[in-house]
Design a protein around this ligand. Structure first.
Ligand SMILES: C[S@@+](CC[C@H](N)C(=O)[O-])C[C@H]1O[C@@H](n2cnc3c(N)ncnc32)[C@H](O)[C@@H]1O
Length: 315
């Protein structure tokens, strides 16, 4: 590996080392308790003694009536697989390094029902692709920015994945190793002297229904062409805040990614995202990567359209 590649790999690996707080895990997971009964849970990116996901499932093993909890730890030194059942608990060394993409970890994935973890963000696309490939149910953490990529966004459009219920903005606190680089991120020390960072744009992602979906967004604004300009390069109007979606507009609208926090698939259809292959891109438009408004490049926009059938209900 060239020095530059090695440095990038090391930096990326370091960036992946942050640990989810038990309070965030509890807030989200309790909503899914009815799914856990009799199920085999896999935490595939978790260290047995330090992961709060493991702590949460070990503590609630009986309350959730779990059939099995499997935990694999990625490590070049001590890769391990721990398995708890109602009768037994065993830890063994893995043959490889515990990479979730390795054949032995894929076998464990195939044998599990629900995958629950905060995976390495640098490998998020590969991680979710694997879960979808094997048709697994999951509750995982992610960065909202990762959701707009080509492999993941269509899953939202097809209503096969959606956001969890407990995190919809602000920043999330993660503990990090003591040698984590302080620069560029909001860091601090918690009351126990552990270093933490605050990360914006974190969400839970799942394909389990958590009971908070399918609530209509309350719409109070009316469409006015002066207030909702059309993009230079897309056949759509700009709606810069989800709460400002006009209640009486049934054409294509561009909304921020955070629309996903509120999305009710019975109320809106997700048509795509602003990208160069979008069917809503204007022919011969010079700029195609993002939506432009009077020459100004905007953040990524999701293209949506109101469903007619929810018209009466939402107004
Ligand atoms: C964001 S951290 C989260 C750790 C833990 N799941 C938690 O939430 O506290 C992601 C973890 O994935 C591990 N990891 C990195 N690459 C991996 C891989 N290829 N396979 C499995 N785990 C990996 C990292 O070592 C890191 O501990």
């Amino acid at each position: 590996m060239r020095t530059n590649d090695a440095l990038q790999t090391a930096a990326r690996a370091k960036h992946d080392e942050f640990y989810t707080q038990i309070s965030d895990i509890e807030r989200e997971l309790h909503q899914y308790r009815s799914y856990f009964s009799g199920k085999k849970i896999l935490c595939p990116c978790d260290e047995l003694y330090t992961s709060s996901f493991v702590k949460h499932f070990a503590e609630n093993f009986d309350a959730y009536n779990l059939a099995k909890l499997t935990v694999t730890c990625y490590s070049s030194v001590t890769p391990s697989c721990s398995v708890k059942t109602p009768e037994d608990f065993a830890v063994r060394r893995l043959h490889g390094n515990g990479d979730f993409r390795s054949p032995e970890c894929i076998d464990l994935l195939k044998d599990s029902d629900i995958i629950v973890t905060n995976p390495p963000f640098s490998l998020f696309r590969e991680f979710i692709t694997l879960l979808m490939q094997y048709g697994k149910q999951f509750i995982i953490m992610c960065s909202i920015n990762a959701l707009t990529c080509r492999d993941i966004f269509p899953l939202f459009m097809q209503n096969r994945i959606w956001l969890g219920h407990s995190i919809h903005g602000g920043d999330v606190k993660f503990t990090v190793p003591d040698d984590y680089p302080l620069s560029a991120l909001v860091c601090g020390l918690d009351e126990d002297g552990r270093k933490f960072i605050r990360v914006k744009g974190i969400r839970w992602l799942t394909n389990l229904d958590h009971g908070c979906r399918n609530r209509d967004i309350i719409l109070s604004r009316s469409y006015d062409p002066e207030l909702y300009p059309r993009y230079d390069n897309y056949h759509a109007i700009e709606v810069s805040r989800t709460k400002d979606i006009p209640r009486d507009y049934y054409g294509v609208m561009g909304v921020p990614i955070t629309f996903l926090d509120k999305h009710n698939p019975e109320q809106f259809e997700i048509l795509g995202i602003t990208e160069k292959n979008s069917p809503f891109r204007k022919k011969n438009a010079p700029k195609t990567d993002r939506a432009y408004l009077n020459g100004k490049r905007l953040y990524a926009r999701i293209l949506i359209r109101r469903r007619r059938k929810s018209r009466k209900k939402a107004e």
